[in-house]
Design a protein around this ligand. Structure first.
Ligand code: ATP
Ligand code: MG
Length: 315
C-alpha cells in the first residue's frame, strides 16, 4: 500500500452560519493525482486554502508529509506548491520576472533561483515567451505561468485549484497533459474541478464533494460500482424498424434489467455489457431485426453524483 502524503482529519470551516467544509477526512497517496470533484460552492477552494495554511480550520486538522498544518505550518509551506484558482501574477512584469519574484518568496536566490526559473519555464513550455510582459499573455499562458510558479521550489505535493476554468480548449489540453506529465515525474497532485471529464481523465482517485461534505472517495471503478447494476447498451436499429414494436423481444433476456424504446433505438439497461450482449445479438438475428450500431455506456462520475445527490453535477 502506498504511503499517504496528506491526511485530513475531520477538517471543518465555518463562515458565520455557513458550514463551508464539514468534517472532511481523506488521504492523498504519494505519486497519485487525487481530484476533489464538486459543483460551484462545494467547498473545494476552502479545503485547499486550509491545507495550504492560508485559512485556519474551525476544527479538525491535517498532516502533510507528517507535519501538522496548524502546529507546523512553516514546515508544511515548504512541502507544498499552490496553483490558486485566481491567477496571482503581475501584469507589468515579464514571465521570467514574475517567476523570479515568486522564487524569492520561496527563499530561492542566486544561481539556484536562476536555474530553477529556466527549468519551470521549460516544463510549462513558455521559455520562448519568457521576456514578454504577462499582461500581454492569453488566459491559458497566464495559467501555465501560474503553474510554473507553484513548481519553483520543487514541492512534494502540488495543489491545483480549477486550473482550466475560463481558458480555450487548446490551453486546457496542454494543462491536462502537463498534469499527467508531472505525475510521471513523480509529483503528487491534489486537483480540484467541477468538470467530470477532467476528473475522469486525470484521477487515480476521486473525492466527490457537495455542500461542504465529502460524499464519496475512491478509484473511479469503486465509485461507479456504487451506481450498481447499470451499464447501458444502445441498439440503433436498421431503417424502418421502430424500437417500440420490437422492445418485447429483448426484455427478459439474460442480464437485461429494462428495455426502453425511443424512435429507432432501443436502450437496454443491463447488469454487465459482456453478459447481455451475446443474447441480445442472437435474439436480434433470429427475429430478423437489423442492428446497425451498438453503443456501450458505462456508468461515469456524473452518474455517481446523480446517484448520491439526486442532482446533476452540471446543474
Ligand atoms: N471568506 C468567505 N466568507 C464567507 N463565505 C465564504 C468565504 N469563502 C467561501 N465562502 C463560502 O463557502 C462556500 C464554499 O466556497 P468555496 O469557494 O470553497 O467553493 P468551491 O467549491 O471552491 O466553488 P467554485 O467551484 O465556485 O470555486 C460557498 O458557499 C462560499 O460562498
Ligand atoms: Mg473554488
Amino acid at each position: 500500500m502506498s504511503e499517504a502524503i496528506l491526511t485530513t482529519k475531520a477538517l471543518r470551516k465555518q463562515f458565520g452560519n455557513l458550514e463551508a467544509v464539514k468534517d472532511v477526512s481523506f488521504s492523498v497517496l504519494r505519486g497519485e493525482i487525487f481530484s476533489l470533484l464538486g459543483p460551484n460552492g462545494a467547498g473545494k477552494t476552502t479545503t485547499i486554502s486550509m491545507l495550504s495554511c492560508l485559512l485556519t480550520p474551525t476544527s479538525g486538522t491535517a498532516e502533510i508529509g507528517g507535519y501538522d498544518i496548524i502546529q507546523e505550518s512553516q514546515r508544511v509551506r515548504t512541502l507544498i506548491g499552490i496553483v490558486p484558482q485566481e491567477i496571482a501574477l503581475y501584469d507589468e512584469l515579464t514571465a521570467r520576472q514574475n517567476l523570479r519574484f515568486w522564487g524569492e518568496m520561496y527563499n530561492l536566490s542566486g544561481k539556484a533561483l536562476k536555474a530553477r526559473v529556466e527549468e519551470v519555464l521549460e516544463q510549462v513550455n513558455l521559455r520562448d515567451r519568457a521576456n514578454e510582459r504577462v499582461g500581454t499573455f492569453s488566459g491559458g499562458m497566464k495559467r501555465r505561468i501560474n503553474i510554473a510558479a507553484g513548481l519553483l521550489h520543487k514541492p512534494l505535493l502540488l495543489f491545483m485549484d480549477e486550473p482550466t476554468v475560463g481558458i480555450d480548449p487548446q490551453s486546457r489540453r496542454r494543462i491536462l497533459d502537463m498534469v499527467k506529465e508531472l505525475r510521471s515525474q513523480g509529483m503528487t497532485v491534489l486537483y480540484t474541478t467541477h468538470y467530470m471529464e477532467e476528473a475522469e481523465e486525470l484521477s487515480d482517485r476521486v473525492g466527490i464533494i457537495d455542500h461542504g461534505t465529502l460524499i464519496a472517495v475512491g478509484t473511479q471503478a469503486e465509485l461507479t460500482k456504487m451506481v450498481g447494476q447499470q451499464e447501458t447498451l444502445r441498439l440503433h436499429l436498421g431503417e424502418g424498424f421502430i424500437g417500440e414494436e420490437v422492445a418485447h423481444l429483448f426484455s427478459g433476456l439474460p442480464g437485461v434489467l429494462a428495455v426502453t424504446p425511443l424512435n429507432s433505438e432501443l436502450t437496454l439497461s443491463v447488469r454487465q455489457a459482456e453478459e447481455a450482449l451475446p443474447g441480445a445479438m442472437i435474439q436480434a438475428s433470429q427475429a430478423g431485426v437489423p442492428v446497425r450500431t451498438i453503443d456501450i455506456e458505462e456508468p461515469n462520475l456524473e452518474a455517481v453524483f446523480l446517484h448520491l445527490t439526486g442532482r446533476a453535477l452540471r446543474d
